[in-house]
Design a binder for this molecule. Structure first.
Ligand code: CO
Length: 208
């Protein structure tokens, strides 16, 4: 890809926006008030804003390999804290995707160096759900199910945070698990039962 083309695209984009609204960037520079925190995969095919059809300012975005929310990851924990406590988003979305290379890598037993500790979090999801996954004979179906279960477990990790628990008590914040199907382009809501998960994990993770 020609990098000069990117700057040319940018000039065109600025012009298009200004043609519609001469104050577009002036207004953007005044602050942000997004309603959604979106945590997705860094995969180049899973473009957060484009697949959701949201404009700049509408969603706070965090992306990493395999849309993970590890409890000790300072980056994702800071993003959640900032979005929930300061930007006061009302929805936290964890969005995975089928054909996720990170999830695939975690299903193989290869030593991948610095990626090992990151992928270990996905292997942990496999271990937690191994009885269900073991019963899926078709490898592709097992791979897809692990993508879904990983989203579910990352939602659980979101719910474990004190900020999200507080925001739930104060304003009923919602946590959603979605999967993007690259093959069809469709976004699928896993309909994760947030209050039920919350109730289940509260015995152990409840924070006042
Ligand atoms: Co991915």
């Amino acid at each position: 890809m020609e990098l000069a083309k990117i700057f040319e695209n940018n000039r065109q984009w600025v012009q298009d926006k200004l043609n519609l609204d001469p104050n577009y960037f002036k207004n953007l520079s005044e602050g942000q008030n997004p309603d959604i925190l979106y945590i997705g995969c860094a995969d180049s095919r899973v473009t957060a804003e484009e697949l959701m059809g949201v404009a700049p300012g509408e969603a706070f975005i965090h992306r990493n390999i395999a849309n993970m929310v590890p409890n000790t990851d300072l980056s994702s924990m800071s993003v959640i804290d900032y979005a929930v406590t300061y930007l006061k988003v009302n929805h936290v979305v964890v969005c995975g995707h089928y054909y996720c290379g990170g999830v695939k890598a975690a299903m193989d037993s290869k030593d991948l160096g610095i990626l090992n500790p990151w992928l270990r979090n996905i292997r942990d999801v496999y271990r937690i759900h191994k009885n269900e996954l073991r019963n899926i004979d078709d490898e592709n179906e097992r791979y897809k199910r692990l993508v879904e279960l990983n989203v579910q477990e990352q939602c659980v990790n979101v719910i474990k945070t004190a900020e999200v628990q507080k925001a739930y008590r104060e304003r009923g914040i919602q946590v959603h698990g979605w999967v993007f199907d690259i093959h069809s382009g469709k976004l699928i809501d896993l309909n994760i039962d947030f209050p039920d998960i919350l109730k289940n994990i509260m015995e152990i993770y409840h924070l006042e």
